[in-house]
Design a protein around this ligand. Structure first.
Ligand code: NAD
Ligand code: AHE
Ligand code: ZN
Length: 370
């Protein structure tokens, strides 16, 4: 057992508490990681709010980390002590039906236990005062030390700054990947991006990478427009400035609708708008935002009958162990400007402030340093 400073979510809807937890050593096929830095993603806030059907408490949240391998369990072959890694909430075993399909990044090797807050053997490595603390998304990066399956770690070059590339563990990769891997946006396309947080802004980078002809950035918080412009957005729309439904505004701006849209908020009404602002005959809308328990999407089936397509994307369709090193490289060459996303840096003790800044619309990403 080792001691680890961690931000524990003891109850839904309550602030995280910084305590010293006990971390058990890695078992077979597992790896102990010292987290150097972690981003805070809206999904952490979503689960803390109690809206996540898979939310389980007490747990150690966090899924956007960067760290160093401290110890390996029996049988671990792809990682060594000292390796730099990014934890993956979407594992990549390369052996399951999903991995072998060539059609999805949704490896299912450890997904069932991960959703229950447990390691693959059905137990937890975290405890506090002798009582179990659950894992979260298989990553639990809000802890100085965490344990993950070997297949849930992407090895990255040691030169890459962990306090920046941690953002590739979720938000930045998700937005870019949704454009490149899920929607496969082509050069010259028109694109609408709903929500300009870490995910939506990263989707703008993806759209710029493929030379989209128009990138329409939509947010009810106009303070997000400057960064969107810096990253390559060409048009800016605040739904609050319009009396008519936002899909009608976009359709009018684009001679019938966009080729591709992305919902990066988690609002089911906005998901409908994002679908309905797509061009008749071919427009495709990708849902990235996560909606709470009991929420459902709706539209007239005629929207699909007449050629629009509704998709969804998890972690941008990215296979982490295989593809993340390439994303890290792009961040080092500046093609993925991670600094633009990091609006705040702070220590673990201040982590609740990171959640406040997100809810107040004042941050894009806060990086927590251990
Ligand atoms: P964020 O809070 O940083 O950004 C959300 C943005 O949406 C904010 O700028 C906010 O002003 C804007 N917004 C809110 N309501 C809006 C509305 N009605 N119209 C237009 N804009 C509106 O969040 P984030 O970290 O960027 O995450 C965005 C969503 O993506 C969340 O639901 C998160 O859970 C989800 N997510 C999904 C994946 C995935 O793999 N599918 C990965 C990461 C995050
Ligand atoms: N647990 C929730 C859904 C949460 C969700 O959709 N998670 C996204 C990642 S969000 C990262 O910030 C995801 O990848 N889902 C795929 C998966 O396998 O979890 C619920 O509704 O039960
Ligand atoms: Zn996330």
């Amino acid at each position: 057992m080792i001691k680890s400073r961690a931000a524990v979510a003891f109850e839904a809807g309550k602030p995280l508490e910084i305590v010293e937890v006990d971390v058990a050593p890695p078992k077979a096929g597992e790896v102990l990681v010292r987290i150097v830095a972690t981003g805070v993603c809206h999904t952490d806030a979503f689960t803390l709010s109690g809206d996540d059907p898979e939310g389980i408490f007490p747990a150690i949240l966090g899924h956007e980390g960067g760290g160093v391998v401290e110890a390996i369990g029996e049988g671990v072959t792809s990682l060594q002590v000292g390796d730099h890694v990014i934890p993956l909430y979407t594992a990549e075993c390369r052996e399951c039906k999903f991995c072998k399909s060539g059609k999805t990044n949704l490896c299912q090797a450890v997904r069932a236990t991960q959703g229950k807050g447990l390691m693959p053997d059905g137990t937890t490595r975290f405890s506090y005062q002798g009582k179990p603390i659950y894992h979260y998304m298989g990553t639990s990066t809000f802890s100085e030390y965490t344990v993950l399956p070997e297949i849930s770690l992407a090895k990255i070059p040691k030169e890459a700054p962990l306090e920046k590339v941690c953002l590739l563990g979720c938000g930045v990769t998700t937005g870019i990947g949704a454009v490149l891997n899920t929607a496969k946006v082509e050069e010259g396309s028109t694109v609408a991006i709903f929500g300009l947080g870490g995910i939506g802004l990263a989707a703008i980078i993806g759209a710029k990478m493929v030379n989209a002809s128009r990138i329409i950035a939509i947010d009810i918080n106009p303070s997000k427009f400057d960064i969107a412009r810096e990253l390559g957005a060409t048009d800016f729309v605040n739904p609050k400035d319009h009396d008519k439904p936002i899909q009608e505004v976009i359709v009018e701006m684009t001679d019938g609708g966009v080729d591709y849209s992305f919902e990066c908020v988690g609002n089911v009404q906005l998901m409908r708008a994002a679908l309905e602002c797509c061009h008749k005959g071919w427009g495709e809308s990708t849902i990235i935002g996560v909606a709470g328990a009991g929420q459902e999407i709706s539209t007239r089936p005629f929207q699909l009958v007449t050629g629009r397509v509704w998709r969804g994307s998890a972690f941008g369709g990215v296979k982490g162990r295989t593809e993340l090193p390439g994303y890290v490289e792009k961040s080092q060459t500046g093609e993925i400007p991670l600094d633009t996303f990091i609006t705040h840096n702070m220590g673990l003790d201040e982590i609740n402030k990171a959640f406040d800044l997100m809810h107040e619309g004042k941050s894009i990403r806060t990086v927590i340093h251990f």
